[in-house]
Design a protein around this ligand. Structure first.
Ligand code: FCB
Length: 442
Protein backbone atom coordinates (compact mmCIF):
# COMPACT_ATOMS: atom_id res chain seq x y z
CA UNK A 1 0.00 0.00 0.00
CA UNK A 2 1.66 3.22 -1.08
CA UNK A 3 1.09 6.26 1.08
CA UNK A 4 0.53 9.28 -1.16
CA UNK A 5 1.80 12.53 0.25
CA UNK A 6 0.32 15.82 -0.87
CA UNK A 7 0.05 16.25 -4.58
CA UNK A 8 2.43 19.17 -4.90
CA UNK A 9 2.10 19.36 -8.69
CA UNK A 10 -1.40 20.66 -8.05
CA UNK A 11 -1.24 22.96 -5.04
CA UNK A 12 -4.33 23.42 -2.91
CA UNK A 13 -6.09 26.74 -2.85
CA UNK A 14 -9.18 28.09 -1.15
CA UNK A 15 -11.06 27.44 -4.37
CA UNK A 16 -10.76 23.69 -3.70
CA UNK A 17 -13.03 24.13 -0.66
CA UNK A 18 -16.67 25.13 -0.35
CA UNK A 19 -17.43 28.85 -0.24
CA UNK A 20 -17.31 30.08 3.37
CA UNK A 21 -15.06 27.19 4.43
CA UNK A 22 -13.15 28.23 7.53
CA UNK A 23 -9.44 27.64 8.16
CA UNK A 24 -8.42 27.83 11.78
CA UNK A 25 -5.90 26.76 14.38
CA UNK A 26 -6.50 25.01 17.71
CA UNK A 27 -5.08 24.79 21.23
CA UNK A 28 -6.29 23.81 24.69
CA UNK A 29 -6.05 25.53 28.04
CA UNK A 30 -3.76 23.23 30.02
CA UNK A 31 -1.41 22.74 27.09
CA UNK A 32 -0.58 26.43 26.62
CA UNK A 33 -1.72 28.66 29.46
CA UNK A 34 0.65 28.09 32.39
CA UNK A 35 -0.21 30.34 35.37
CA UNK A 36 -1.73 27.33 37.07
CA UNK A 37 -1.73 28.97 40.49
CA UNK A 38 -2.80 32.45 39.47
CA UNK A 39 -5.91 34.57 39.76
CA UNK A 40 -7.81 32.02 41.78
CA UNK A 41 -7.47 28.97 39.52
CA UNK A 42 -8.03 25.78 41.48
CA UNK A 43 -5.95 22.62 40.98
CA UNK A 44 -6.89 20.24 38.18
CA UNK A 45 -6.33 16.52 37.74
CA UNK A 46 -3.50 17.31 35.34
CA UNK A 47 -1.61 19.29 38.00
CA UNK A 48 -1.94 16.27 40.28
CA UNK A 49 -0.97 13.80 37.56
CA UNK A 50 2.11 15.79 36.53
CA UNK A 51 3.30 15.78 40.15
CA UNK A 52 3.28 11.96 40.25
CA UNK A 53 6.72 10.58 39.38
CA UNK A 54 6.89 8.72 36.06
CA UNK A 55 3.62 10.01 34.61
CA UNK A 56 5.09 12.58 32.18
CA UNK A 57 7.99 11.34 30.09
CA UNK A 58 10.16 14.45 30.52
CA UNK A 59 9.05 15.01 34.12
CA UNK A 60 7.48 18.35 33.18
CA UNK A 61 4.19 20.01 34.11
CA UNK A 62 1.85 22.79 33.01
CA UNK A 63 3.02 25.51 35.38
CA UNK A 64 4.52 27.65 32.63
CA UNK A 65 3.73 25.83 29.36
CA UNK A 66 3.64 28.52 26.61
CA UNK A 67 2.98 31.22 29.20
CA UNK A 68 -0.06 32.10 27.11
CA UNK A 69 -1.98 33.38 30.13
CA UNK A 70 0.51 36.26 30.40
CA UNK A 71 1.03 36.72 26.67
CA UNK A 72 -2.58 36.81 25.57
CA UNK A 73 -2.42 40.01 23.51
CA UNK A 74 0.75 39.15 21.61
CA UNK A 75 -0.48 35.60 21.01
CA UNK A 76 -3.71 37.02 19.57
CA UNK A 77 -1.64 39.19 17.23
CA UNK A 78 0.31 36.10 16.27
CA UNK A 79 -2.89 34.20 15.42
CA UNK A 80 -4.01 37.14 13.32
CA UNK A 81 -0.67 37.13 11.51
CA UNK A 82 -1.50 33.61 10.27
CA UNK A 83 -4.42 34.94 8.27
CA UNK A 84 -6.80 32.33 9.71
CA UNK A 85 -10.51 32.89 10.14
CA UNK A 86 -11.03 30.98 13.37
CA UNK A 87 -9.39 29.95 16.62
CA UNK A 88 -10.41 26.96 18.72
CA UNK A 89 -9.44 27.13 22.40
CA UNK A 90 -10.68 25.58 25.62
CA UNK A 91 -11.79 27.03 28.92
CA UNK A 92 -10.16 25.67 32.08
CA UNK A 93 -13.00 24.64 34.36
CA UNK A 94 -10.83 25.21 37.49
CA UNK A 95 -10.34 28.85 36.49
CA UNK A 96 -14.13 29.30 36.38
CA UNK A 97 -15.06 27.16 39.39
CA UNK A 98 -11.91 26.45 41.39
CA UNK A 99 -13.62 23.62 43.28
CA UNK A 100 -15.69 22.38 40.36
CA UNK A 101 -18.95 23.41 42.00
CA UNK A 102 -20.39 26.50 43.61
CA UNK A 103 -18.38 29.67 43.76
CA UNK A 104 -17.56 31.32 40.42
CA UNK A 105 -14.18 32.99 39.97
CA UNK A 106 -14.70 36.27 38.15
CA UNK A 107 -11.01 36.54 37.19
CA UNK A 108 -11.33 33.29 35.22
CA UNK A 109 -14.37 34.46 33.28
CA UNK A 110 -12.69 37.80 32.66
CA UNK A 111 -9.62 36.12 31.14
CA UNK A 112 -11.69 34.21 28.58
CA UNK A 113 -13.80 37.25 27.88
CA UNK A 114 -10.64 39.18 26.99
CA UNK A 115 -9.62 36.29 24.76
CA UNK A 116 -12.97 36.19 22.98
CA UNK A 117 -13.22 39.97 22.64
CA UNK A 118 -9.65 40.07 21.32
CA UNK A 119 -10.48 37.47 18.67
CA UNK A 120 -13.64 39.24 17.58
CA UNK A 121 -11.82 42.56 17.42
CA UNK A 122 -9.33 40.94 15.04
CA UNK A 123 -12.02 39.37 12.87
CA UNK A 124 -11.27 35.81 14.03
CA UNK A 125 -14.20 33.52 14.95
CA UNK A 126 -13.93 32.15 18.51
CA UNK A 127 -14.69 28.42 18.85
CA UNK A 128 -14.89 27.47 22.51
CA UNK A 129 -14.45 24.00 24.02
CA UNK A 130 -15.70 23.61 27.57
CA UNK A 131 -13.80 20.52 28.61
CA UNK A 132 -10.37 19.62 27.27
CA UNK A 133 -9.46 17.37 30.18
CA UNK A 134 -8.51 19.71 33.03
CA UNK A 135 -11.12 18.53 35.54
CA UNK A 136 -11.08 20.36 38.89
CA UNK A 137 -9.24 18.11 41.35
CA UNK A 138 -12.05 18.51 43.89
CA UNK A 139 -14.31 16.59 41.52
CA UNK A 140 -11.75 13.82 41.14
CA UNK A 141 -11.82 13.56 44.92
CA UNK A 142 -15.44 12.42 44.63
CA UNK A 143 -14.61 9.89 41.87
CA UNK A 144 -14.11 12.10 38.83
CA UNK A 145 -16.16 11.00 35.83
CA UNK A 146 -16.95 7.66 37.45
CA UNK A 147 -19.31 9.69 39.62
CA UNK A 148 -22.68 10.46 38.05
CA UNK A 149 -22.83 13.70 40.03
CA UNK A 150 -19.97 15.16 37.99
CA UNK A 151 -22.20 15.17 34.88
CA UNK A 152 -24.63 17.44 36.72
CA UNK A 153 -21.82 19.75 37.86
CA UNK A 154 -20.54 19.90 34.28
CA UNK A 155 -23.91 21.13 33.02
CA UNK A 156 -23.88 23.93 35.58
CA UNK A 157 -20.34 24.92 34.56
CA UNK A 158 -21.46 24.92 30.90
CA UNK A 159 -24.35 27.18 31.80
CA UNK A 160 -22.09 29.64 33.64
CA UNK A 161 -19.61 29.94 30.76
CA UNK A 162 -22.26 30.14 28.07
CA UNK A 163 -24.31 32.72 29.94
CA UNK A 164 -21.25 34.97 29.89
CA UNK A 165 -19.68 34.18 26.51
CA UNK A 166 -22.24 32.29 24.42
CA UNK A 167 -23.40 35.36 22.48
CA UNK A 168 -19.81 36.26 21.53
CA UNK A 169 -18.53 32.92 20.22
CA UNK A 170 -19.27 31.08 16.99
CA UNK A 171 -19.46 27.63 18.57
CA UNK A 172 -19.37 25.85 21.88
CA UNK A 173 -18.21 22.23 22.06
CA UNK A 174 -19.02 20.45 25.29
CA UNK A 175 -16.28 17.80 25.41
CA UNK A 176 -13.02 17.21 23.61
CA UNK A 177 -12.42 13.53 22.83
CA UNK A 178 -14.38 11.68 25.52
CA UNK A 179 -12.58 8.46 24.43
CA UNK A 180 -9.39 9.99 25.84
CA UNK A 181 -10.94 11.31 29.04
CA UNK A 182 -12.51 7.89 29.73
CA UNK A 183 -10.71 4.91 28.17
CA UNK A 184 -7.22 6.41 27.88
CA UNK A 185 -7.48 7.94 31.35
CA UNK A 186 -9.36 5.37 33.48
CA UNK A 187 -8.59 2.09 31.71
CA UNK A 188 -5.25 2.51 29.95
CA UNK A 189 -3.85 4.75 32.69
CA UNK A 190 -1.93 6.98 30.30
CA UNK A 191 -3.76 10.19 31.11
CA UNK A 192 -5.07 11.66 34.35
CA UNK A 193 -6.23 10.21 36.67
CA UNK A 194 -4.18 7.23 35.45
CA UNK A 195 -6.19 4.25 36.67
CA UNK A 196 -6.55 0.78 35.18
CA UNK A 197 -10.15 -0.34 35.25
CA UNK A 198 -12.44 -1.05 32.32
CA UNK A 199 -15.70 -0.75 34.27
CA UNK A 200 -14.51 2.58 35.66
CA UNK A 201 -13.62 3.75 32.14
CA UNK A 202 -17.03 2.77 30.77
CA UNK A 203 -18.77 4.48 33.67
CA UNK A 204 -16.67 7.57 32.98
CA UNK A 205 -17.58 7.49 29.28
CA UNK A 206 -21.26 7.16 30.18
CA UNK A 207 -21.15 10.11 32.57
CA UNK A 208 -19.17 12.22 30.11
CA UNK A 209 -21.88 11.71 27.47
CA UNK A 210 -24.58 12.31 30.06
CA UNK A 211 -22.81 15.53 31.10
CA UNK A 212 -22.65 16.50 27.42
CA UNK A 213 -26.41 16.00 27.04
CA UNK A 214 -27.28 17.87 30.22
CA UNK A 215 -24.97 20.71 29.20
CA UNK A 216 -26.54 20.88 25.72
CA UNK A 217 -29.99 21.23 27.28
CA UNK A 218 -28.83 23.93 29.68
CA UNK A 219 -27.07 25.86 26.90
CA UNK A 220 -30.01 25.60 24.47
CA UNK A 221 -32.22 27.31 26.99
CA UNK A 222 -29.91 30.32 26.87
CA UNK A 223 -30.33 30.52 23.05
CA UNK A 224 -27.21 32.60 22.59
CA UNK A 225 -26.86 31.93 18.87
CA UNK A 226 -23.66 29.89 19.23
CA UNK A 227 -23.52 26.57 17.38
CA UNK A 228 -23.53 23.74 19.94
CA UNK A 229 -21.80 20.39 19.52
CA UNK A 230 -19.14 17.97 20.67
CA UNK A 231 -15.67 16.89 19.52
CA UNK A 232 -14.73 13.21 19.05
CA UNK A 233 -11.41 11.64 18.09
CA UNK A 234 -12.43 9.18 15.41
CA UNK A 235 -10.04 6.52 14.24
CA UNK A 236 -11.17 4.14 11.51
CA UNK A 237 -9.91 0.58 11.80
CA UNK A 238 -8.53 -1.43 8.89
CA UNK A 239 -8.00 -5.18 8.80
CA UNK A 240 -4.54 -6.08 7.52
CA UNK A 241 -6.01 -9.32 6.09
CA UNK A 242 -9.52 -10.79 5.81
CA UNK A 243 -9.06 -12.90 8.95
CA UNK A 244 -8.78 -9.70 10.99
CA UNK A 245 -12.09 -8.20 9.84
CA UNK A 246 -13.96 -9.14 13.01
CA UNK A 247 -11.23 -7.68 15.22
CA UNK A 248 -11.15 -4.51 13.16
CA UNK A 249 -14.92 -4.11 13.58
CA UNK A 250 -14.50 -4.51 17.32
CA UNK A 251 -11.68 -1.98 17.44
CA UNK A 252 -13.66 0.61 15.53
CA UNK A 253 -16.82 -0.10 17.49
CA UNK A 254 -15.05 0.44 20.80
CA UNK A 255 -13.25 3.54 19.67
CA UNK A 256 -15.80 5.35 17.50
CA UNK A 257 -19.31 3.89 17.61
CA UNK A 258 -19.39 3.63 21.39
CA UNK A 259 -19.51 7.44 21.36
CA UNK A 260 -21.25 8.09 18.02
CA UNK A 261 -24.08 5.67 18.81
CA UNK A 262 -25.44 7.34 21.96
CA UNK A 263 -24.91 10.83 20.49
CA UNK A 264 -26.40 10.33 17.03
CA UNK A 265 -28.74 7.35 17.47
CA UNK A 266 -29.60 7.33 21.14
CA UNK A 267 -28.20 3.83 21.59
CA UNK A 268 -24.95 2.05 22.32
CA UNK A 269 -23.78 -0.28 19.52
CA UNK A 270 -25.32 -3.65 20.37
CA UNK A 271 -22.30 -5.77 19.37
CA UNK A 272 -19.92 -3.77 21.53
CA UNK A 273 -22.39 -3.73 24.45
CA UNK A 274 -22.40 -7.53 24.34
CA UNK A 275 -18.63 -7.64 23.97
CA UNK A 276 -18.18 -5.61 27.17
CA UNK A 277 -20.31 -8.07 29.15
CA UNK A 278 -20.51 -7.29 32.86
CA UNK A 279 -18.34 -4.17 32.48
CA UNK A 280 -21.09 -2.10 30.80
CA UNK A 281 -22.10 1.11 32.58
CA UNK A 282 -25.06 1.40 34.91
CA UNK A 283 -27.79 3.25 33.06
CA UNK A 284 -30.76 5.14 34.37
CA UNK A 285 -33.85 5.21 32.22
CA UNK A 286 -33.78 8.36 30.11
CA UNK A 287 -29.98 8.61 29.96
CA UNK A 288 -29.77 7.77 26.26
CA UNK A 289 -32.42 10.34 25.44
CA UNK A 290 -30.44 13.00 27.26
CA UNK A 291 -27.24 12.06 25.43
CA UNK A 292 -28.82 12.28 21.99
CA UNK A 293 -29.52 16.02 21.99
CA UNK A 294 -29.61 17.52 18.48
CA UNK A 295 -26.14 18.71 17.48
CA UNK A 296 -25.45 21.80 15.38
CA UNK A 297 -22.10 20.29 14.48
CA UNK A 298 -19.90 17.29 15.09
CA UNK A 299 -16.24 18.10 15.67
CA UNK A 300 -13.93 15.44 14.26
CA UNK A 301 -10.32 15.10 15.36
CA UNK A 302 -8.31 12.88 13.05
CA UNK A 303 -4.66 11.91 13.32
CA UNK A 304 -4.30 8.35 12.02
CA UNK A 305 -6.01 5.00 11.56
CA UNK A 306 -5.85 1.73 13.50
CA UNK A 307 -4.37 -1.13 11.53
CA UNK A 308 -5.41 -4.49 12.96
CA UNK A 309 -3.32 -7.61 12.42
CA UNK A 310 -0.08 -6.01 11.23
CA UNK A 311 2.40 -3.33 12.14
CA UNK A 312 2.11 -0.48 9.64
CA UNK A 313 5.84 0.16 9.77
CA UNK A 314 6.33 -3.00 7.74
CA UNK A 315 4.24 -1.63 4.86
CA UNK A 316 6.02 -0.27 1.79
CA UNK A 317 6.22 3.51 1.88
CA UNK A 318 5.05 3.65 5.49
CA UNK A 319 5.69 6.92 7.27
CA UNK A 320 5.36 7.64 10.98
CA UNK A 321 5.21 10.94 12.85
CA UNK A 322 7.27 11.65 15.95
CA UNK A 323 4.39 10.21 18.01
CA UNK A 324 4.86 6.92 16.18
CA UNK A 325 1.50 7.43 14.47
CA UNK A 326 1.11 6.34 10.88
CA UNK A 327 0.64 9.08 8.28
CA UNK A 328 -2.54 7.90 6.60
CA UNK A 329 -4.66 10.61 4.98
CA UNK A 330 -6.81 8.00 3.20
CA UNK A 331 -8.18 7.17 6.64
CA UNK A 332 -9.72 10.62 6.86
CA UNK A 333 -11.43 10.15 3.49
CA UNK A 334 -12.82 6.80 4.61
CA UNK A 335 -13.88 8.17 7.98
CA UNK A 336 -15.85 11.04 6.46
CA UNK A 337 -17.59 8.90 3.86
CA UNK A 338 -18.39 6.17 6.43
CA UNK A 339 -19.84 8.77 8.80
CA UNK A 340 -22.10 10.10 6.07
CA UNK A 341 -23.16 6.56 5.10
CA UNK A 342 -23.75 5.22 8.61
CA UNK A 343 -25.18 8.14 10.56
CA UNK A 344 -27.63 10.97 10.25
CA UNK A 345 -24.72 13.35 10.28
CA UNK A 346 -24.85 16.99 11.40
CA UNK A 347 -22.47 19.47 9.75
CA UNK A 348 -18.86 18.51 10.45
CA UNK A 349 -15.89 20.59 11.50
CA UNK A 350 -12.43 19.02 11.49
CA UNK A 351 -11.53 20.37 14.90
CA UNK A 352 -8.02 18.87 15.04
CA UNK A 353 -5.55 17.42 12.59
CA UNK A 354 -1.79 17.69 12.61
CA UNK A 355 1.49 15.96 13.27
CA UNK A 356 4.49 16.04 15.60
CA UNK A 357 7.93 16.08 14.04
CA UNK A 358 11.33 16.72 15.67
CA UNK A 359 11.56 20.32 14.49
CA UNK A 360 14.70 22.39 14.91
CA UNK A 361 15.30 26.08 14.67
CA UNK A 362 17.87 26.37 11.86
CA UNK A 363 20.80 28.74 11.62
CA UNK A 364 18.79 30.78 9.12
CA UNK A 365 16.27 31.46 11.89
CA UNK A 366 13.57 29.31 10.30
CA UNK A 367 12.01 25.92 10.94
CA UNK A 368 11.96 23.82 7.79
CA UNK A 369 9.14 21.40 8.57
CA UNK A 370 8.51 20.08 5.08
CA UNK A 371 7.00 16.86 6.42
CA UNK A 372 4.32 18.80 8.31
CA UNK A 373 3.49 20.76 5.16
CA UNK A 374 3.10 17.48 3.34
CA UNK A 375 0.99 15.94 6.13
CA UNK A 376 -1.35 18.94 6.33
CA UNK A 377 -1.61 19.21 2.57
CA UNK A 378 -2.59 15.58 2.14
CA UNK A 379 -5.20 15.73 4.89
CA UNK A 380 -6.63 19.03 3.67
CA UNK A 381 -6.93 17.52 0.22
CA UNK A 382 -8.91 14.63 1.74
CA UNK A 383 -11.22 17.18 3.38
CA UNK A 384 -11.68 19.09 0.13
CA UNK A 385 -12.52 15.85 -1.70
CA UNK A 386 -14.99 14.80 0.99
CA UNK A 387 -16.72 18.17 0.65
CA UNK A 388 -16.97 17.65 -3.10
CA UNK A 389 -18.47 14.24 -2.63
CA UNK A 390 -21.22 15.67 -0.48
CA UNK A 391 -20.03 15.58 3.12
CA UNK A 392 -21.10 18.80 4.79
CA UNK A 393 -17.72 19.77 6.21
CA UNK A 394 -17.40 23.44 7.06
CA UNK A 395 -14.12 24.07 8.83
CA UNK A 396 -10.62 22.74 9.43
CA UNK A 397 -8.49 23.53 12.46
CA UNK A 398 -4.80 22.67 12.40
CA UNK A 399 -3.48 21.19 15.60
CA UNK A 400 -1.75 23.18 16.82
CA UNK A 401 -1.27 26.93 16.76
CA UNK A 402 2.05 26.44 18.53
CA UNK A 403 4.20 23.77 20.16
CA UNK A 404 2.84 22.97 23.61
CA UNK A 405 2.54 20.54 26.52
CA UNK A 406 1.73 17.24 24.81
CA UNK A 407 0.20 15.51 27.86
CA UNK A 408 2.12 12.39 28.90
CA UNK A 409 4.85 13.27 26.39
CA UNK A 410 5.51 16.63 28.02
CA UNK A 411 7.32 19.17 25.84
CA UNK A 412 9.12 16.55 23.77
CA UNK A 413 6.59 16.45 20.94
CA UNK A 414 6.14 19.48 18.74
CA UNK A 415 2.79 19.80 16.96
CA UNK A 416 2.83 23.54 16.33
CA UNK A 417 2.70 25.60 13.17
CA UNK A 418 4.70 27.92 15.36
CA UNK A 419 7.89 26.87 17.11
CA UNK A 420 8.22 27.68 20.80
CA UNK A 421 11.62 28.02 22.46
CA UNK A 422 10.55 27.16 26.01
CA UNK A 423 13.62 28.80 27.62
CA UNK A 424 12.84 32.23 26.17
CA UNK A 425 9.18 31.78 25.12
CA UNK A 426 10.25 33.08 21.72
CA UNK A 427 7.77 32.07 18.99
CA UNK A 428 8.91 31.44 15.41
CA UNK A 429 6.61 30.73 12.49
CA UNK A 430 7.58 27.39 10.93
CA UNK A 431 7.50 26.91 7.16
CA UNK A 432 4.16 25.16 7.69
CA UNK A 433 2.73 28.35 9.21
CA UNK A 434 3.76 30.34 6.14
CA UNK A 435 2.31 27.62 3.92
CA UNK A 436 -0.97 27.57 5.87
CA UNK A 437 -1.27 31.34 5.73
CA UNK A 438 -0.78 31.23 1.98
CA UNK A 439 -3.60 28.68 1.68
CA UNK A 440 -5.97 30.45 4.08
CA UNK A 441 -5.51 33.77 2.32
CA UNK A 442 -5.31 32.43 -1.23
C1 FCB B 1 -5.49 15.09 20.75
C2 FCB B 1 -5.76 16.11 21.83
C3 FCB B 1 -4.90 17.33 21.74
C4 FCB B 1 -3.49 17.00 21.33
C5 FCB B 1 -3.47 16.11 20.12
C6 FCB B 1 -2.09 15.76 19.63
O1 FCB B 1 -5.88 13.84 21.19
O2 FCB B 1 -7.09 16.53 21.78
O3 FCB B 1 -4.95 17.99 22.97
O4 FCB B 1 -2.79 16.50 22.38
O5 FCB B 1 -4.17 14.93 20.38
Amino acid sequence: MAIPTSNTSNPLTRADFPANFIFGVATSSFQIEGATFEDGRGPSIWDTFCAEPGRISDGSNGEVACDHYHRLESDLDMIQSLGVGAYRFSVAWPRIQPSGTGEVNEAGLAFYERLVDGLNARGIEPHLTLYHWDLPQKLQDIGGWTSREVAVHFAEYARIVTARLGHKVRSVATLNEPWCSSILSYQLGEHAPGTHSRPAALAAAHHLLLGHGLAMRAMRKLATGAQLGIVLNLTPAYAAAPEFEAQARLAEGRFDDWFLGPLLRGEYPQDIWEHYGADVPQMHSGDLGIMAQPLDFLGVNYYSRQLIGADFSGLPGAEATDMGWEVYPQGLSKLLSDLKRDYDLPPVMITENGAAFPDVLSADGRVHDARRVSYLGAHLRAVAEAAHSGVDVRAYFAWSLMDNFEWAKGYEKRFGLIYVDYATQQRTLKDSAHWYRALATS
